[in-house]
Design a protein around this ligand. Sequence first.
Ligand SMILES: [Zn+2]
Length: 295
Amino acid sequence: MEDRQFGRIRFLCGENGGKYPFNHSLYIQGDNLRVVVDPACSHAKLTRLKEEGVDQVWLSHWHEDHIHYMNEFEGCTVWISKRDFPPLTDLNIFMDWYGLLAPDQRAYWKKIMLEMFDFRPRQTACFIEDDQLIDLGGLRVQTIATPGHTPGHLSFYFPGEDLLFLGDYDLTAFGPWYGDVASSIEDTIRSIHRLKNIPASRWIVAHNTGLYEENPGPLWDQYESVIYERESKLLAALEKPKTLEEICACWIIYGKPRQPKEFFEFNEKVMIGKHLEYALGQGRIVCENGRYRRT
Ligand SMILES: [Zn+2]
């Protein structure tokens, strides 16, 4: 995979195929402003980019694998949805938004965020409005509110190049992520539908494959259907009542136990929690004496 230039938009492919903790970034050059979107592709690449000139940093959302190198762009204003800004103001809020409660987990994440992701609390940012048409001079960008993954997740459509940046609706085989405190399965489904219906001819996702120059076609449905597969596995497991711990031991999200154990156990639990919340809301399951069962 290599970097590609589409008019005034550059696809900056991430290290290690854009797999976490890297992503694929964008560099967009308007006559008036030059912007880097989600600066986490590669430290070396982004350092070189500074020499070309960067005026603003835009973030599709608040996750660490999208903000990784933003501190390299000193003096640039950071733009993000107002809804996703609180975690960037304070490391404790950041961890709260991930639902990290146990002191040992918080200590582990604090260390990672400070040492690996160079987390520095920010007091100010500029806010990108939902569904706003921004003119950068010779280049227009349509912002698209795509909540679900995070409440303020934004995607970007460039009408001039017919290019759609999907952010973390990344069409991977793993399926959508909605494991934060403020993530929502319902909103994720709505956002996938919204993105799928935008008539683009190039699509960029923040991880893995990165660039699609033909419509991802069946990948849209496969990606969405992962949600329903997880749900049907959950309902099958709840034929007999189970506690949250017993459900997590079924490894519905990851398929099997994975290492590091603490990390994957936590993620399994938060994603299952979202499915339980969703199924309870739909009246498909009930919770009695700490055990969930199908209705
Ligand atoms: Zn994310």
